[in-house]
Each structure stands twice: as C-alpha cells, then as structure tokens.
Design a protein around this ligand. Structure first.
Ligand code: SPV
Ligand code: MG
Length: 497
C-alpha cells in the first residue's frame, strides 16, 4: 500500500494510533523493526542530530536529505515535522511537491513564524502566524499535492503561546475550513487538562493529533478515552541515543580501553544487519558473476612488512590488469595459518575465485591460465622442486611432462614432508575454485572445523580431505614465481625494481 494511504488510514482509523520519532535512516529502521506503523520525522531530533538548534538552522534541503535516507530505509509512512513550512505559502507548497517526490506521506506545519523556535523554549514569547495567512498556506499546500492521500496536518500553538482555548478552537476551525486533514493540538502542561478541554469542545470535527512529551505521565488510555487519533512519541530515540553515547564515551575516555565497553554496545553483526549487508552479498552473487569468466580474488596476507606490502601491491596490480574486478585482502595478522581466515571469509568464495598467498610474485601467464581453467578446484604446482623447508609437496597422478601437457593432472596427496620417490611438485599457494568448487570447499571447511581445532588445520588437511570425493586438478608450472624469501633476496641485491 502507498505510504500516503497508510498514513491517511492511520489518521482515519477511529482508534488511537502511535507514531515514533526517528531522525535518520538508522533510527527510522529501528522504529519500523519494532512494529510501529509510522514515523515522526521530528524537527527537534533531526536538528539536534545535526548538531544545530531547532530554529531552522538546518536548511529545508538539508532536512530533505535526511528524509530521503529515512524514506529509502523504511516501508512505513513518514510524517514530517515541517515546522512553519520554511517560509510563506510558496515555500510550503514547494515543500509538498518535494516531499511527494521523496515518498514522504505527509507533513505537519505549525502556526508560528519563520524562523521558529522549539515550543518548549519560551513558548509564550513566540509570535503566532496570522490565522488567515496560515489558512491560505494550508490551501496552497492542499492545492499542490498530486496524490490525494498525501496528508497535511495543522498544528496549533495557541495554547503554547498562552492565547487560550478559545483562540485554539477558532484556529482549528479556520484550518479545517482551509482543508487540513487533521489538527495537532500542542500543550506544554504536564497534565491533560488543556487537551481534555479542547477535545470536549472540538468533538470529532477532524482527527486530532497530540505530542505528549511534557504530559508523559498521563496514561495512554486517557488519549483513547478522549478520542485522540494519533499520539506522537516525539523525541525519545534522540534522547535515548544521547544518554547511550554519553555513557559509552565517558566510559572509554576514563578507562582508555575497550575491554569493558564492548558489552555495552550493539554488536557489529547488529550494525551489518541493520544495514542489510546480507542483501548485498546475495545481490553480488547474482550480479557480479553473470559473466562466467568474471573472477574475483582473495589474497591472504601473512605479514605486513615492506617487502610483503610491495609483493601485495604487485599481485593486486597484476590481477586487476588481467580483469579481476574484486580483490579482497584478508590480513592474517602475522599468523602462518591461512585456514581460519579462509573459514571466516568463506562467503567470498563463490565461483571463479582465486585464492592466493599475499607473498607471491609470479609471471602474468600463471594467473591467466588459472582464470581460464574450468575445473572445480585447481591448484598451481611448480614441478621444479627440491627438498626444502616449509613447502607443500604434492603427489599427482602424473608427473610434469613436456609431451603430455594436455593430459589432465590430478592431485593424489599434499604433504608437509618430502618423500623421496613420489613428489611431483610444490604447491605455490595459488589456487582457484569454480562455483561448484566453492560450495565444496565451504562444506569441507565447515566439516573439518567441527572435527578439529581450526587453528591446527592446514592446506594439506583441506585438499586431502576434498580429494576423497572430488578431483583436484593440478596446473603445472616450471618456475616463473617467487615467494617472500626469494623476492627479498633479489630485492636486496637490487635486481628487482
Ligand atoms: C518536534 O519533535 O520537533 C516537535 C515536537 O515539533 S515538540 O518538540 O514537542 O515541539
Ligand atoms: Mg518540531
């Protein structure tokens, strides 16, 4: 249902409805999630959140920017606190046009003069708008709206300014005649006396809206009893967030650590959830891999020394040059073991994903061949291998051969130790998964991490497990690459620039 229609239905529902304040996209989302049927875009709260006063210090276009975020973030209607309409009838009717374009369901304007002041600051001293001029402003707004359901509410400040009930009723009637959809009767008393008196006289000529900020102790049942249509909890998200921010800021300032603060803040997961990060992840799966050849890459960075950073830069550059659009660098924070990070970032494995150690430097054809490979899982193996330390040796169904380069080669086993007779090469820390391969790898990581401490898992664990039910193809190379140590040696000799 259109947002305008939703708001109109709330106002005409013949029962008390409740709006909750929001002042940005985030708070608007929270209001919708809680179950409220509508949002009050409070002038006080939006201005305070911007760090300025509720005196039209934020321009109406700045307010509009905030509203756009709020509206995009939610599907329930937003009623804008439009202050005085930001000028005369002409400004107010332009406001209506712009609000409709941004899918804002309605606006409430108050019969004060621009620039206004918040009603709870020296209310008596505030000049009211001329009643006839304000009525014409309402007419101009109603004449301008394109959508019949767009709501224009007139807020009467006569009680705030101390002009009394009679003036309030006179104005309400004038605004009704001008075509307003509802009357907001405002009071700064801490009881319900003024509103009660107004309601008794007003009856049900038009729906009535209230803002019980100052008479917060009046039970909601009383609003129902007197036939109020809409009550607005006008500033409580703003005030709650001020209290929360002050508390956490003070705590972190005094403690100079996050140790105790962590439990007092929303989790990062909650932040991502409110931002709907998962929706983007799903969309990426759909739209980023449309072209079967489009690859992404994940680089696992073990340390962040200068040499490592240089290699990383080279590798990213090379990948981008080969058309890999998305390169995700995962910092292992000095850990030698890549598996826990692979598990953590496994969402990134999605098809045509290249996984590379950060400390690699290789000839461009190596990555090109890997990108063009269509097998589910392919590992790059250097056939030029000698016994040595810290290597991932492999045994394949076929040794490297100049003549038999076209024959498919499959992994038999990956080993931590050299064995004399059957080593066919060394895995260089560069591999690729297809979409199907990505699913299998994720499953394997899941199963393995349930069986064993993930910190103890290594590439040999992963590949030897996978090859039991899936063939892992081997892309042989002969040299043409350097790791971190090799790179450093040459660099020290001034031979690589
Ligand atoms: C607002 O929320 O900005 C309002 C309501 O206008 S009040 O602050 O009660 O005037
Ligand atoms: Mg306001």
């Amino acid at each position: 249902m259109k947002k305008t229609t939703q708001l109109r239905n709330l106002i005409n529902s013949h029962q008390l409805e409740l709006l909750m304040e929001a002042h940005n996209g985030l708070s608007a989302k929270i209001v919708e999630e809680a179950g409220f049927k509508g949002i009050w875009a409070s002038g006080l709260s939006m201005s305070a959140a911007m760090g300025v006063r509720d005196n039209n210090e934020a321009s109406w276009t700045q307010v509009m920017e905030v509203l756009e975020f709020m509206s995009d973030a939610t599907s329930i209607p937003i009623l804008l606190d439009g202050d005085t309409g930001y000028g005369n009838f002409n400004n107010a009717r332009r406001l209506v046009r712009k609000l409709e374009q941004r899918n804002i369901a309605g606006v409430c304007i108050e019969d004060k003069q621009f620039p206004k002041t918040n009603s709870f600051i020296k209310g008596e001293a505030q000049p009211l708008a001329d009643m006839d001029e304000f009525s014409n402003k309402i007419r101009a707004m109603k004449d301008t709206q394109k959508d019949d359901d767009f709501v224009v509410i007139s807020r009467i400040e006569a009680l705030i300014a101390g002009w009394g009930l009679e003036e309030a009723l006179k104005r309400a009637e004038a605004y009704r005649k001008a075509g307003t959809d509802a009357i907001l009767i405002h009071s700064k008393r801490n009881d319900f006396v003024e509103i009660e008196a107004f309601m008794k006289e007003w009856g049900s000529r038009l729906p009535v809206v209230i803002v019980p900020t100052k008479y917060f102790s009046v039970p909601t049942g009383k609003f129902r009893e007197f036939g109020i249509s809409l009550a607005i909890w006008a500033n409580h998200n703003l005030r709650a967030s001020i209290a929360a921010m002050e508390q956490i800021t003070k705590q972190i300032f005094l403690e100079e650590t996050l140790i105790n603060a962590e439990k007092n803040v929303a989790s990062l997961e909650r932040v991502f959830q409110l931002q709907e990060a998962e929706e983007l992840a799903q969309a990426e799966k759909r739209y980023l891999s449309m072209n079967g050849n489009q690859s992404n890459a994940m680089i696992l960075l073990r340390n962040s020394t200068m040499a490592s950073q240089a290699l990383l830069g080279k590798q990213i550059h090379q990948m981008k040059a080969k058309g890999i659009k998305e390169v995700q660098v995962v910092d292992l924070n000095g850990s030698e073991n890549v598996i826990p990070s692979l598990i953590k970032e496994s969402d990134f494995l999605r098809g045509n994903t290249i996984i590379a150690n950060g400390d690699l430097f290789y000839k461009p054809h190596i990555i090109e061949d890997l990108m063009n490979d269509t097998n589910d899982i392919t590992i790059v193996v250097d056939a030029d291998v000698e016994p040595g330390m810290e290597k991932r040796y492999i045994t394949a169904n076929q040794a490297y051969s100049k003549e038999l380069w076209f024959k498919p080669v499959q992994l038999i086993e990956m080993k931590e130790q050299w064995t004399d007779d059957d080593i066919h090469g060394e895995f260089i820390g560069l591999w690729k998964v297809s979409e199907n391969g990505a699913v299998k790898v994720k499953k394997a990581l899941d199963t393995l991490s349930q069986k064993e401490d993930e910190k103890l898992l290594t590439y040999p664990h992963l590949f030897n497990y996978l090859r039991e039910y899936l063939s892992i193809s081997v892309q042989y190379i002969k040299g043409g690459w350097l790791d971190y140590k090799g790179y450093q040696e040459f660099q020290n000799n001034g031979e690589i620039i």
